[in-house]
Design a protein around this ligand. Structure first.
Ligand code: FAD
Length: 233
């Protein structure tokens, strides 16, 4: 994709990033790819759910960020779930991947802190958070907004998640009123909240949680994208 990196870029990639190969690629639905990456450099990396990887895209030093669904440290392999939202370089990279392709990645690195001991976990997110959801403990409450709820339920079922609430996005974000009511219901349970996905939705739900008396120690958040912005990371 985008031509071969030049010599200096290649040297920098070798120094900073882990080389990997695409060991498998699945297209469970047209707008999703499950990408399995494998390589010696992916062994024994100390991954934890919620962490991110940044993948070099194209011929320069540009990268896009994804969340491992799982990481087999002994085998040196990880799986990502990429949502092809449109025509950005990351979406094009995922759409064009073939088994055997090479890539370079940075990480895994800290992103979302999910270490709250013992508390029930509530995850809010969207299509970009489904990979994260797959990496979480099975009793986590999963609340999503999505452009296409049928597609979302299908992909979630395909990755073994049958218990998520998915609200369809609406013009003017009216669906977030329902999401706010749902999230406020969990505020009284002492839960820890992990908020991911679209930046403006996260901001709104943080305000809702604050007014429900939830302290910042019970909220972890990480915006995965925002309209008109690239590379939020
Ligand atoms: C920590 C972290 C973890 C992430 N994990 C994942 C993951 O596991 N899987 C995944 O699919 N994505 C994930 N993302 C989101 C992903 O990096 C962004 O969606 C990224 O913008 C995609 O790159 P792109 O080149 O396709 O689009 P870009 O060129 O970066 O964006 C172009 C434009 O597209 C729009 N856009 C971007 N993302 C979306 C979207 N999801 N829906 C609608 N419009 C959008 C915006 O208007 C943006 O300005 C993560 C992001 C972060 C920061």
């Amino acid at each position: 994709m985008g031509g071969e990196p030049g010599l200096i870029t290649r040297k920098l990639l070798q120094l900073l990033m882990r080389p990997a190969r695409v060991a498998g690629i699945e297209t469970p639905l047209p707008r999703f790819r499950i990408v399995q990456l494998q390589g010696e450099a992916l062994r024994n990396v100390g991954w934890m759910p919620g962490q991110k990887v940044q993948i070099a895209i194209g011929s320069g030093l540009a990268s896009r960020t994804y969340t491992p669904m799982s990481w087999d440290e002994a085998a040196g392999s990880t799986r990502l779930l990429a949502f092809l939202h449109g025509d950005g370089p990351g979406s094009r990279w995922a759409a064009g991947l073939r088994a055997g392709d090479g890539c370079h990645l940075f990480g895994p690195r800290r992103s979302l802190d999910l270490t709250a001991p013992g508390a029930p976990l509530v995850l809010f997110g969207d299509e970009t958070s489904f990979g994260l959801a797959a990496s979480l403990r099975r009793d986590a409450t999963l609340l999503f907004e999505a452009g296409d709820t049928g597609e979302a339920h299908a992909i979630l079922a395909g990755i073994g998640i049958g218990h998520a609430m998915v609200l369809g996005r609406t013009v003017g974000d009216a669906h977030l009123l329902t999401m706010e009511a749902e999230i406020a219901r969990h505020a009284v349970t002492g839960a820890h909240f992990a908020l991911t996905g679209k930046a403006s939705s996260i901001q709104r739900l943080i305000r809702c949680l604050r007014s429900a008396g939830v302290g910042s120690s019970r909220i972890s958040s990480k915006a995965y994208w925002a309209p008109g912005k690239t590379g939020l990371d």
